[in-house]
Ligand binder design. Structure first.
Ligand code: RFL
Ligand code: PHB
Length: 392
């Protein structure tokens, strides 16, 4: 098989890149290791920056997002049994965010690709990227029980945090920066209407909790738990009791309970790979960088990476200039490190350290009070949360 751009991975990064390239008349093929059902049901992100919504709209993939996405004008911070609204439009000159599940974005893009192209192969795991320094890099993959080769002008690894594309970067090329936080998130989906109109980020007794949603009848909630937690140690009743305690405020508010339909634990970590390009191999999305979910940046970064790549490929094949592609890594990493810093600050401000002393807790409260009392401090949070501009 031969194509212009070989894409590994059908998560949001790979699917959106394929859609953008297809619309620009650039050939590509997407190889996905898992089944269609698996990628369409993997529970993950929910918060989309305006730039992400715009990108999906521009490529004709936002019909359902426009009909079903929930526009949010802010978030709530909870601590010390108080609630505080952070008003995004007021603080940012009109910006909002949209709640629309990653599973739905994936479903929308998969349906478009299968109907209109480019080729998207499920159950086609890539084994290795070879010859990234040459003019025709290869992807070795398995499909229908046979090992096959995809030869390409360029390869893009959109294969997530456990992918194989990164392995084709020689050890002496670049560096990976990592930070493991000393806690994980237990996430649940529940068939119960959200108990709040907006997302609630809480620093409660015992640690962090987040209230998010998927629709007017489905809630998505998260709890900080110790690393190594087994979800089986958290029966439903225990999850609801702990959530209730962490969200508790003085005043009239109640966390509604309902049947829990999914429960999983994810470690909280940061990783950045520099550079994001080696020869004719590019990395995009979680394959290149992971951020803690507290800043809701992972999916949004994946989308901004592939927007830059799609423009770079369009410039190359239209004008012959590889200038934008040459600046890919530098352009993306500026934004990636801002998101890494913001996610780190949000995480540290809202989670309990395992060995926390009373002094550290007081500092957290002081940070939270500064944000809720000072307009410039709140505006800084709002600017980062709603998304920094994409510098091209
Ligand atoms: P994905 O989604 O992991 O997709 C990678 C795809 O590559 C496939 N793959 C392979 N295919 C072929 N051959 C191989 N050898 C392969 N190896 C892997 C995989 O099967 C998969 O289909 O990466 P992508 O596209 O870069 O997208 C990144 C996002 O998924 C991720 O950043 C977000 O989910 C992070 N995230 C959030 N981001 C936000 O912007 N807003 C949020 O509100 C938000 N909440 C979250 C999150 C992530 C979470 N978890 C579970 C880590 C909440 C949580 C709990
Ligand atoms: C989610 O809805 O899954 C979500 C929202 C905001 C976050 C993390 C996850 O910061």
């Amino acid at each position: 098989m031969r194509t212009t751009v070989g894409i590994i991975g059908a998560g949001p990064a790979g699917l959106l890149l394929a859609r953008l390239l297809h619309r620009k008349g650039i050939d590509c093929v997407v190889l996905e290791g898992r089944t269609r059902a698996y990628v369409e049901h993997r529970q993950r992100a929910g918060m989309l920056e305006q730039g992400t919504v715009d990108a999906l709209r521009e490529c004709g993939a936002a019909e359902r997002l426009d009909a079903e996405g929930l526009i949010h004008h802010g978030i709530e911070l909870r601590f010390d049994r108080e609630r505080h609204h952070i008003d995004f439009p007021v603080l940012t000159g009109g910006r909002t965010v949209t709640i629309y599940a990653q599973t739905e974005i994936v479903k929308d893009l998969v349906a478009l690709l299968l109907a209109e192209g480019p080729p998207l192969l499920f159950e086609a795991p890539a084994l290795a990227v070879e010859k990234p320094e040459s003019d025709s890099p290869l992807v070795r993959f398995v499909h229908e029980g046979r090992e096959q080769t995809l030869s390409c002008d360029y390869v893009v690894g959109c294969d997530g945090s456990h992918g194989i594309a990164r392995d084709a970067f020689p050890a002496e090329v670049g560096r990976t920066y990592t930070h493991d936080y000393p806690y994980s998130w237990l996430g649940i989906l529940a068939d119960v209407p959200p108990s709040c109109d907006e997302l609630v980020y809480a620093r409660g007794p015992g640690g962090f909790a987040l209230h998010s949603m998927r629709s007017s009848s489905v809630s998505r909630l998260y709890l900080q738990v110790p690393n190594g937690t087994d979800p089986r140690d958290w029966p439903d009743e225990r999850v609801w009791d702990e959530l209730g305690a962490r969200f508790a405020i003085d005043g009239d508010w109640r966390l509604e309970r309902g049947p829990i339909t999914a429960k999983s634990v994810t470690p909280v970590r940061s990783r950045v790979q520099e550079p994001m390009r080696h020869g004719r191999l590019f990395l995009a999305g979680d394959a290149a960088h992971i951020v803690p979910p507290t800043g809701a940046k992972g999916l949004n970064l994946a989308v901004s990476d592939v927007r830059v790549l799609a423009r770079g490929f369009a410039e190359l094949y239209r004008t012959g200039s590889g200038q934008l592609l040459d600046r890919y890594s530098q352009l993306c990493l500026g934004r990636v490190w801002q998101a890494t810093r913001f996610s780190y600050d949000m995480t540290r401000m809202l989670h309990a350290q395992p060995d926390e002393d009373a002094f550290e807790y007081r500092l957290q409260l002081a940070r939270l009070r500064r944000i809720t009392a000072s307009r410039p401090a709140a505006a800084e949070l709002a600017a980062n949360y709603t998304g920094l501009p994409l510098a091209l």
